[in-house]
Design a protein around this ligand. Structure first.
Ligand code: ADP
Ligand code: MG
Length: 446
């Protein structure tokens, strides 16, 4: 700006001034000092004396105005230039008044020098400014290079950060694809201390996956149960027919036993006892088949109460022959009779199922301990056997309908037992250790 506004016009004016001066000097030399005093010469000389100085004075004024107009911070330079200018101007005044050639030449030389030094001063200043500007330019280049480098670095950093932040996204998409195929096990890896949005998203996603997984498992389980209950219903229908078919032979057996009993009359009491036992068993069969297979048709009577100890003794009596298989039964029954709100034959069936399983669990003999007790208003009946026990997997399934590990098993024994127990508001639990034995615990409210 300073070069454009000040130094260039200044140097232009100075050059014009020099040119004008040169012209004046040439003409003066040619006309005023050489050609004597012809009338043309004197006219010329006057013109030269009047016109050139007028032009030159105008230039001086223009330069002075230029300097005066400038409000440059560099006041020192301005005063210096003004001083030089006013010196040149006085020299010029002297030049115009020079009467003889020598004085004229000397004054001209002085003026020329003055103007030259002004030009030089202006040129110097111009160069100084140009140099400074160049340097500034170089600095600017360096600065802009540095800035560009910084921008590139920032860009790289941004890419690195975003790729780190967005890293879980491909995994997320992959996992989403798997969900579509029904696989809910593809949870995303998130560090606990990650707090950014994507980590939060991933965590939420995992939670959603977990919920989906749970729901899926639940649906599958319900489906299984449905299938199971349908199977049970089918079995129920079939059983109803079976019950119908066996009821008549059972009735005739019962009648025949009664008839036998009558025929023997007061014969050996041992035979009578056996007959009674048979008829009791027939009754039980009658009841069991009905309640077992067509449960819905046999509602338990509310006021029924089955004596636990008595029923247990009866069973043990009846299953005496198992002693021949090397199985010992030990009992520890509560002094007081325990009553359970259920049908006597159902309770008997429940216990028999458990006892049979225990027996089947020890083909090479062993010990079965049966105990009863009342504590905290709850009656407990324990069947502890020293059989082969169950693996955890079997233990989990043991109450499931149709679950069996036996070649000829039905898988219904424990299902029925559980049903009977729950109908009486009780519960049944099973503890077992593979190779050590199994314990079934019945609990009933008093
Ligand atoms: P089933 O006797 O017809 O197999 P259950 O419902 O009575 O059906 O029993 C289911 C399964 O539970 C058995 O096949 C057996 O694997 C297991 N189980 C039941 N009781 C015992 C026991 N006392 N010792 C070892 N396993 C047992
Ligand atoms: Mg069984």
């Amino acid at each position: 700006m300073r070069v454009n506004d000040l130094f260039l016009p200044l140097s232009r004016q100075v050059v014009q001034l020099q040119t004008n001066l040169q012209g004046l000097v040439d003409d003066m030399r040619r006309i005023a000092f050489h050609q004597g005093s012809t009338p043309e010469a004197s006219t010329f000389s006057r013109m030269v004396r009047d016109l050139y100085p007028y032009l030159i004075q105008k230039k001086f004024t223009a330069i002075e105005n230029l300097l005066a107009r400038q409000k440059v911070a560099d006041a020192e330079l301005m005063t210096e230039l003004k001083l030089m200018l006013s010196k040149a101007r006085t020299t010029f005044d002297r030049l115009t008044q020079a009467k003889d050639r020598d004085v004229f030449e000397a004054t001209y030389a002085e003026l020329k020098n003055s103007l030259l030094s002004i030009s030089k001063r202006v040129d110097d200043e111009c160069q100084k400014i140009t140099k400074a500007t160049q340097e500034e330019g170089r600095e600017n280049v360096i600065t802009s290079l540095g800035l560009s480098l910084l921008v590139v670095l920032f860009g790289l950093a941004a890419v690195a950060v975003s790729s780190r932040v967005l890293r879980p996204l491909p995994a997320l998409i992959q996992s989403l694809k798997k969900i579509r195929g029904g696989d809910f096990h593809q949870s995303l890896k998130v560090k606990n201390n990650d707090k950014d949005e994507v980590a939060v998203l991933a965590r939420e996603y995992n939670r959603m996956l977990e919920a989906l997984r749970e729901r899926d498992e639940k649906i599958q389980k319900q489906q299984q149960e449905l299938v199971q209950s349908e199977r049970l219903a089918a079995v129920g229908q079939l059983s109803a027919q079976v019950v119908h078919e066996i009821r008549n032979p059972l009735n005739s057996m019962s009648l025949n036993v009664d008839w036998l009993s009558d025929q023997i009359g007061s014969g050996t009491s041992e035979v009578q006892d056996t007959l009674k036992s048979i008829s009791r068993e027939i009754d039980r069969l009658n009841q069991i088949t009905e309640s077992y297979l067509v449960r819905a048709r046999v509602p338990s009577q509310e006021d029924q109460r089955a004596p636990v100890n008595e029923v247990l003794k009866e069973i043990i009596d009846f299953e005496r022959e198992i002693e021949q298989e090397g199985i010992r039964i030990e009992t520890e029954l509560a002094d007081q009779e325990i009553f359970v709100r259920t049908d006597r034959s159902k309770l008997k069936q429940a216990f028999i199922n458990v006892l049979r399983n225990a027996r089947e669990a020890m083909p090479r003999g062993g010990l079965i301990r049966i105990s009863t007790e009342i504590r905290d208003n709850i009656s407990r009946i324990l069947f502890i056997d020293s059989g082969h026990g169950m693996s955890e997997k079997v233990l989990k399934e043991t109450f499931r309908p149709f679950f069996t590990t036996k070649p000829n098993g039905t898988g219904l024994g424990l299902t029925l037992t559980k049903e009977i127990v729950e109908e009486a508001n009780g519960k049944i639990d099973c503890l077992s250790q593979l190779g050590k034995g199994t314990t079934f615990v019945f609990q009933f409210p008093i």
